[in-house]
Unconditional design. Structure first.
Ligand SMILES: NC(=O)c1ccc[n+]([C@@H]2O[C@H](COP(=O)([O-])OP(=O)(O)OC[C@H]3O[C@@H](n4cnc5c(N)ncnc54)[C@H](O)[C@@H]3O)[C@@H](O)[C@H]2O)c1
Length: 358
């Protein structure tokens, strides 16, 4: 592939770095870090599918993999990574290359940020969610004591390489669920992206590579802009939570078993749009546009009528993103415009939950 087919986005955080987006670009890792010592941290699915490709970048023995899945994002896996690093005599100049979805990315990045007080890190996101969200912005974490992402750090990588070719093997449900995060960027700040998705939805569904490069690039640019303005999440970065407050409550009430994160976000986006209509910020045409895209990608937009609304409300009140116990929601003023609102009554919220019930 020609170099000019690669999209490069510079991220101007305290430590600047670049995100490269393209197809069949994994080998750039080697070109960029040349003779430097490196190890790969990945999960069992990626290892089984890509061990030959990965061994073009590191020796087979320098690949650590853990059992795929959110359950592995814990202290045991983290300690096993530290043991592996000690065993490999890794030092603070050894590169950690995180290959995988958000789980591998988050735990490998946390290990990189803490082992010897920090090692150079390269993210190679392989799920759509990791490409457009978790590999950008420097948040790292593990789960602990039944709490999600409760221990973590902010740690920026040296480089991110998003090779959309990986998406060929990503299971359909995982793939479609991440589209709710891409639609989110359209709703909160990028009308052009939203219209592009509307006009190219068939190509997106069939994973057309050129279209994927476009939406991954555009989503990355949106996240990068927000992160550059608010690296440590003191203000604008909160807009990224559009649809997420209810999503977290739904995930928690269903014990993270029923919905993938992006599916819960899809329901949350419809909820936040109902809330926005209630506050007079937007109208049903915005709702219909968002819902018809989510429906097209077979994402859920309703909840079972058995869902306990009071419990959802209680969990939302405890969300760690609230300030002084006041519920904050990101609302839309129409496609491409969003605001953070504190002034919502319990009845506005309960009514909007009710609108979701089938
Ligand atoms: N750091 C952040 O800012 C941030 C943001 C959003 C989410 N997250 C975290 O990301 C995690 C979710 O990420 P995820 O959805 O990528 O989960 P994941 O890493 O578990 O990946 C989902 C599944 O897809 C598989 N997979 C990934 N890429 C594949 C490929 N190319 N081919 C075949 N299978 C592939 C994985 O093995 C896994 O089974 C959560 O832990 C969440 O907390 C972090």
């Amino acid at each position: 592939m020609q170099k000019n087919d690669i999209q490069t986005i510079r991220v101007n955080t305290q430590k600047p770095y670049e995100v490269m987006i393209g197809k069949d670009i994994l080998h750039y890792v080697d070109n960029i870090i040349k003779n430097k010592k490196r190890v790969i941290i990945t999960d069992s699915n990626l290892y089984n599918l890509y061990k030959n490709n990965l061994s073009n970048i590191v020796d087979k023995d320098d690949i650590f993999y853990f059992k795929a899945g959110e359950e592995s994002k814990n202290r045991e896996t983290l300690y096993a990574i530290y043991d592996f690093l000690i065993n490999k005599k890794a030092d603070r100049y050894t590169y950690i290359i995180a290959v995988g979805g958000g789980v591998a990315g988050d735990i490998a990045a946390f290990a990189a940020s803490t082992y010897m007080r920090g090692m150079p890190l390269i993210h190679v996101p392989t799920s759509l969610l990791a490409m457009v969200d978790s590999s950008i912005g420097g948040k790292t974490a593990i789960n602990y004591g039944g709490l999600k992402n409760i221990i973590g750090s902010f740690y920026q990588p040296e480089l991110v390489i998003s090779d959309v070719r990986f998406l060929d093997t990503l299971p359909t449900r995982e793939y479609l669920s991440a589209l709710s995060e891409i639609i989110k960027y359209g709703v909160i700040r990028d009308e052009k992206l939203f219209v592009f998705i509307e006009q190219n939805k068939e190509k997106i569904k069939e994973k057309n590579m050129e279209t994927l490069i476009k939406i991954v690039t555009q989503s990355t640019e949106n996240k990068v802009k927000i992160v550059e303005n608010d690296e440590k999440e003191k203000g604008e970065r909160a807009l990224l939570n559009f649809g997420h407050t209810l999503a977290h409550a739904i995930e928690s009430i269903t014990k993270y078993k029923e919905y993938l994160h992006g599916e819960a976000v899809s329901i949350g986006e419809i909820f936040a749009t109902h809330l926005s209509i209630k506050k007079g910020l937007t109208n049903h045409s915005t709702l219909n546009r968002i819902k018809s895209l989510l429906d097209y990608f077979k994402l859920p937009t309703k909840i079972n009528k058995e869902f306990n609304s009071k419990e959802l409300y209680r969990i939302m009140k405890q969300d760690k993103k609230n300030k002084n116990g006041v519920l904050r929601f990101v609302l839309t003023k129409g496609i491409g415009l969003s605001i953070l609102s504190h002034e919502l009554s319990e009845s506005d919220i309960m009514d909007s939950i009710h609108e979701l019930k089938e």
